[in-house]
Design a protein around this ligand. Structure first.
Ligand code: KIV
Ligand code: ZN
Length: 504
């Protein structure tokens, strides 16, 4: 095992600080607490909880997170200003992250201080932090655009003041893997204090630059969940960690099985949805559509997956997606998984129809597949006969209990059922459930407006469970929410009836 393979790298998470600087993102206190707990569950070494001097709310949040009793160290951000450091001390953080601009461009146009003045205030702030018995981190903001000799000089000066760790930020994301590797190698030769890196993603290189920094001797990386952060963001935690674990043989404290769960939480709380092709945690990260790939994956998953990283390792799941590239094997497996037994002739026909739809540019969902299968197998007529809705009437108003009357043909017999509910949709669904003798339970219900306006097309997704615990899902889209809901439920029930018949 080589030297690098034995190493452990620390994970410094700044989702709650730089991540919250993502344009449009602001986490209320209860979200911050939830995120801090999740980061702790994930196993990060350090949580940068915020910038306490920035606002009262920020101070309150850092204070509250410090008191949660988490295993991770809690860090607060401070400029090289005594009040900033005092605010961090007031929050009872474990680590104070002191930063100052060191590049000429930022020094001359923003803080307007000489190089010497900057060294002096940095040293005095690190000493101030140490005098209070706290750990200190020093960041030379815009380090990658800072004159290398001056950078070494300021880092040496804070090292002499017993700083615990120095951070090298690529503040505007202009480093390349080559230049970052050179910079960290050079600093590694000069300094004995641990080195941390903070890479921004302006050119999409934040992860690569973090990795080469570790290769060049960095001991810690600053990352965020989903790569949130100022402008194009910071290095994505999941990507950095999995590259270190799976490709570089370097350990971190991260419990990788919580990566997807953590990513989903941050998507929800930040309102920033990740593209499906996001590595590691994206919806498609372990999805296979092409026939060649799915065939290989069914036989042995490593044939078309990295192998050194499995969906289980990161808390994901493998999916075979039905589309025009899908092969017979995947389609047959999916149908089998859902209880459909098809002859080779049926299978050929189903595959043909799926490809036709795909060629027309249609996204083929699993439900489309099942519908096609039912049609091809020839059971569609019986499925239609199970329940057919003739009429739905709903009465609602501010002084009336919403009531629905459903007129239908059930297994060839005319039936009328009525029910009340909390609203028109609820009462209509209850009436439909009565048609099958209340033998099903609603397990899922989602409405999405597809188009805008009060006449928007509503897509309803419904999940039902029968008395044996089998679940069935269906969708319907209409411009009337009540009718879309009724249709989705009827589709789900019909699917249940057909499937039961086929299983017998
Ligand atoms: O990008 C940056 O330079 C920062 C510092 C505060 C470390 O976020
Ligand atoms: Zn930053």
């Amino acid at each position: 095992m080589s030297e690098i393979e034995k190493r452990t790298v620390k994970i410094f998470d700044t989702t709650l600080r730089d991540g919250e600087q993502t344009p449009g993102v602001s986490f209320p206190l209860e979200y911050k607490i939830q995120i801090a707990r999740q980061l702790d569950k994930l196993g990060v070494d350090i949580i940068e909880a915020g910038f306490p001097i920035a606002s009262k709310g920020e101070l309150e949040a850092v204070k509250t997170i410090s008191k949660l009793g988490l295993s991770a160290q809690i860090c607060g951000l401070a400029r090289v200003v005594k009040e900033d450091v005092d605010a961090c001390i007031d929050c009872d953080v474990d680590l104070v992250h002191v930063f100052v601009s060191t590049s000429d461009i930022q020094r001359e146009h923003t803080i307007k201080k000489s190089r010497k003045e900057i060294i002096d205030i940095s040293v005095s702030m690190i000493e101030y932090v140490k005098d209070h018995g706290l750990q200190s981190m020093f960041s030379a903001m815009d380090a990658t655009r800072t004159d290398i000799n001056y950078l070494k000089e300021i880092f040496k000066a804070v090292e002499d003041s017993k700083v615990d760790i120095i951070n090298v930020p690529d503040t505007v994301g202009i480093a390349t893997p080559t230049s970052m590797h050179e910079l960290i190698s050079e600093l590694r030769k000069t300094l004995s204090v641990p080195i941390d890196v903070h890479c921004h993603n302006d050119f999409g290189l934040a992860v690569a630059n973090s990795i080469v920094s570790v290769e060049a001797g960095a001991n810690e990386v600053q990352v965020t969940i989903n790569g949130l952060g100022e402008r194009a963001g910071n290095a994505n935690l999941a990507e950095v960690v999995m590259i270190l674990h799976s490709l570089e043989g370097i350990k971190t404290s991260i419990r990788t099985e919580y990566l997807v769960e953590t990513s989903r939480l941050i998507e929800r709380l930040s309102g920033i949805k990740m593209p499906p092709n996001t590595p590691i945690t994206g919806e498609n990260a372990f999805s296979h559509e092409s026939g060649i790939h799915t065939h290989g994956v069914i036989i042995k998953s490593d044939t078309f997956e990295p192998g050194v990283m499995t969906p289980e390792m990161v808390g994901h799941r493998r999916r075979l997606v039905i589309g025009k590239h899908a092969g017979k094997h995947a389609i047959e497996k999916l149908l089998r998984d859902y209880g459909y037994v098809v002859t080779p002739e049926h299978l050929n026909e189903i595959v043909e129809r799926i490809k036709e739809l795909g060629d027309k540019g249609k996204k083929v969902t699993d439900l489309d597949l099942f519908t096609i299968a039912e049609v091809v197998i020839g059971d569609v007529e019986s499925s239609k006969k199970a329940i057919q809705i003739n009429e739905v009437t709903v009465i609602t108003g501010n002084k009336i209990t919403p009531t629905a009357v459903v007129n239908a043909v059930v297994h060839g017999k005319k039936m009328v059922e009525s029910a009340t509910g909390v609203g028109p949709v609820d009462s209509a669904l209850r009436a439909v459930q009565k048609l099958v003798g209340d033998t099903i339970r609603l397990t899922d219900f989602k409405i999405e407006a597809i188009t805008g306006g009060s006449d928007a097309l509503a897509e309803v997704f419904i999940g039902v469970e029968d008395s044996d615990g089998n679940t069935f899902t269906a969708r319907a889209a209409r411009d009337d929410i009540v009718m879309a809901s009724v249709e989705a439920l009827v589709n789900a029930i019909n699917r249940m009836i057909v499937l039961k018949k086929m299983r017998k």
